[in-house]
Design a binder for this molecule. Structure first.
Ligand code: SF4
Ligand code: SF4
Length: 386
């Protein structure tokens, strides 16, 4: 990415002007807002829709909103939503068919998505978007639906001012500071009566947008304050994961007894795959109405936790919770690296928070690492008994 020089200060009171500038440029603004006692991503009409004064508390299987004692607009981490629901929608009609006598016409779906401006994208989620770009934009099976939604996106990243209880982006080297993939990146600063953003520009589109609104160069002290905020966040991670040798660790331990242990807790509900910002699997379903005059083909998100996902002529390849959890975690942390050249996990912690029984892939990995010898003994026992 071209480096754009200088950092700017945007007063909190002028943030609405950025929204207005983006709307004038034809963008639909999507960002965080409070709904159903969670911070979710939805279309925003103005700065007033942002979750002012809200924070979240997260742990394994637990998510709570709580009030902050200030008026921070981005004083929380990530919630159940991710940007993939806009770029890679959960449900998408692919085509319709209309009966014409003894034949039928196929009507291709005319998907004209809005031009999205995403406000408040965290660094881990910039990495998640890059992972999905690799799979859905740059791979040989590039997806035209994703491309149409992704190409015109305007991204306003927000550097994290505090880490969540299930965050581990530092371990995955994906945060908490945005380093690529944004048009603008902002750090929110609250100092006494002052409330402003230190803004970094990442693209020409970002230059054009910032030039349309009132701003000035950030002073050395303001830039230093923003750096301190992000540096402090990096020390607050709720989780950590040792990634050295992780691919080989998991490849060596396909038969580790820990997979039975996690299977005894896993409900195979698929929540972890639904909230994960990098999971991209889909299935295709055909539906028709009772008259037989109309039929539709839909694509929808699928999950490797369902029995149908690996169903092949008469049975599921992964018939047990043990094999399904092992497939998911080993794909995220090991086989994804062979397949796409990066980890499939960006350390956002969503799968830990939104797992109803609090299964935690950092803990499962640690358990396998710490008890690898036990796994080896178990394997020897299996082969000795065979
Ligand atoms: S790990 Fe948790 S969220 Fe994932 S399928 Fe099992 S119970 Fe559901
Ligand atoms: S596997 Fe879990 S922590 Fe990793 S990117 Fe997916 S949801 Fe986030």
């Amino acid at each position: 990415m071209t480096q754009f020089q200088g950092k700017f200060r945007l007063e909190r009171a002028h943030l609405q002007r950025l929204f207005d500038a983006l709307i004038r440029r034809g963008y639909q603004i999507v960002g965080p807002t409070v709904r159903d006692r969670a911070i979710v991503y939805e279309q925003l009409n103005s700065v007033a829709d942002l979750p002012m004064g809200w924070a979240d508390e997260q742990d394994g299987g637990s998510y709570r909103l709580k009030k902050r004692d200030d008026e921070a607009l981005f004083g929380f981490t990530v919630g159940p939503h991710s940007w993939k629901q806009f770029l890679h929608p959960p449900k998408q009609r692919l085509w319709r068919a209309e009966r014409q006598g003894k034949s039928f016409d196929i009507i291709q779906e005319d998907d004209k998505p809005p031009k999205y401006a995403f406000i408040g994208v965290r660094s881990c989620d910039l990495h998640a978007i890059a992972v999905q770009d690799r799979v859905l934009l740059h791979d040989r099976s590039a997806d035209p639906i994703y491309r149409a939604r992704r190409e015109d996106c305007f991204i306003v990243a927000v550097n994290c001012g505090q880490a969540g209880g299930t965050c581990f982006c530092v371990s995955m080297m994906t945060g908490p500071k945005a380093t690529f993939g944004f048009d603008l990146a902002m750090t929110e600063v609250l100092e006494g009566e002052r409330h402003y953003f230190v803004v970094e520009v990442g693209t020409e589109k970002g230059v054009e947008a910032i030039n349309e609104i009132t701003h000035c160069e950030a002073g050395d002290g303001e830039q230093a304050r923003a750096e301190q905020i992000v540096a402090r966040t990096a020390t607050q991670m709720g989780r950590a994961m040792e990634t050295a040798d992780i691919k080989e660790l998991l490849y060596r331990n396909y038969e580790h007894p820990r997979w039975d242990d996690v299977a005894s807790r896993c409900l195979t509900c698929a929540n972890c795959t639904m909230v994960c910002p990098t999971c991209f699997c889909t299935t295709v379903e055909d539906v028709s109405d009772l008259t037989g005059e109309h039929a539709e083909r839909w694509r929808r998100w699928d999950s490797c936790f369902t029995m149908d996902f690996s169903y092949v002529h008469g049975g599921s390849v992964r018939a047990t919770p043990r094999s399904r959890y092992r497939q998911w975690m080993t794909h995220k942390l090991a086989t994804w690296i062979d397949q796409f050249g990066t980890s499939g996990c960006i350390g956002c912690g969503r799968c830990i928070t939104w797992c109803p029984v609090g299964i935690d892939l950092t803990e499962e990995t640690r358990a396998i690492r710490e008890t690898e010898a036990a796994g080896s003994q178990s394997r020897e026992g299996i082969s000795g008994n065979a």
